[in-house]
Design a protein around this ligand. Structure first.
Ligand code: ZN
Length: 134
């Protein structure tokens, strides 16, 4: 058995890391699936999904600061839409994560959270969650 859920994420700023762990966990609860896999996928080209620390908000601050140094916002890019940096960061980070489900819960580490990463906001985005029993 498997189920697909979709929920929205509203990013209020140009760059953001939004903790969506609770929302994903809620979908697992709704599915009733106790053991299996959870795939979190986003249908976007200037945003990403990642797993990282959810305890100290400074980790997010540092992350966004450094990734803008690795891929500068302006750098003589050719893409006319003006958001090449966001496209590059999105592909570097990736568009999905897979997490094991055990006893109806995401088998994340104590300090791990699932983050939606906005690189070209503010926008209203979608997150698809596929929950596979097994
Ligand atoms: Zn573009």
């Amino acid at each position: 058995m498997s189920e697909v859920f979709t929920f929205g994420v509203k990013s209020g700023q140009p760059y953001a890391m939004i903790d969506i762990t609770g929302e994903v966990q809620k979908k697992i609860r709704e599915s009733g699936i106790k053991e299996g896999l959870c795939v979190i996928f986003i249908p976007h080209t200037t945003a990403a999904i990642t797993i990282n620390e959810n305890a100290d908000p400074d980790v997010i601050r540092d992350f966004l600061m450094e990734i803008n140094k690795i891929v500068p916002i302006s750098d003589g890019y050719h893409h006319s839409e003006g958001n090449s940096a966001a496209h590059i960061k999105a592909s570097m980070m990736g568009f999905s994560e897979t997490v094991i489900i055990e006893d109806g819960r995401l088998l994340l580490g104590t300090w791990q959270g699932i983050y939606f990463m906005e690189f070209d906001g503010p926008r209203i985005r979608k997150v698809h969650v596929k929950i596979i029993e097994g």
